[in-house]
Each structure stands twice: as structure tokens, then as C-alpha cells.
Design a protein. Structure first.
Length: 78
């Protein structure tokens, strides 16, 4: 079952409160998304660590309700 875009944004905004987030439903089916997120929380972290932080914030939905996620993360200067 697809995950509502609003729920995804809610989870991300809870974990990354001042982040710039762009979430696009790639197929209109609610299970293929492109996500770009820029956050101070990523500062000093490796790309792998940044991606792990995002996946952790989505609480296991990736691979289940979210079938595919194209993810781009960026550090946000203080």
C-alpha cells in the first residue's frame, strides 16, 4: 500500500525541522518518489551517513510502502 505524501513530509519535518525539502511523486502512484533535502543536520556527515539519517526517519517505509526513493542530500551552512 502506498504511503501518503503528507505522511512522508511529516516524518521528514519532524526529524529535520529547518530543512529544505522537495518531494516529488514520480509516477503518481504514491510509491515512487524523488527526494531532495538540505539540512544543517547533515553538516560534517558523509553522504552515506546522511542517507542513513533520512532512511531512519522514514521508519522502515522504504522498501515497503515506498517502493523506490531517489535521494539527494545536501549540507546547509549554519
Amino acid at each position: 500500500m502506498p504511503l501518503d505524501r503528507t505522511k512522508i513530509l511529516e516524518l521528514l519535518e519532524k526529524e529535520f525541522p529547518r530543512a529544505e525539502i522537495t518531494l516529488t511523486d514520480l509516477k503518481g502512484t504514491g510509491d515512487y518518489y524523488a527526494l531532495t533535502i538540505t539540512s544543517e543536520a547533515f553538516n560534517g556527515k558523509t553522504r552515506v551517513q546522511q542517507h542513513q539519517m533520512v532512511y531512519n526517519s522514514l521508519k522502515g517505509y522504504v522498501g515497503e510502502a515506498i517502493h523506490a526513493l531517489s535521494l539527494k542530500t545536501f549540507e546547509k551552512p549554519n
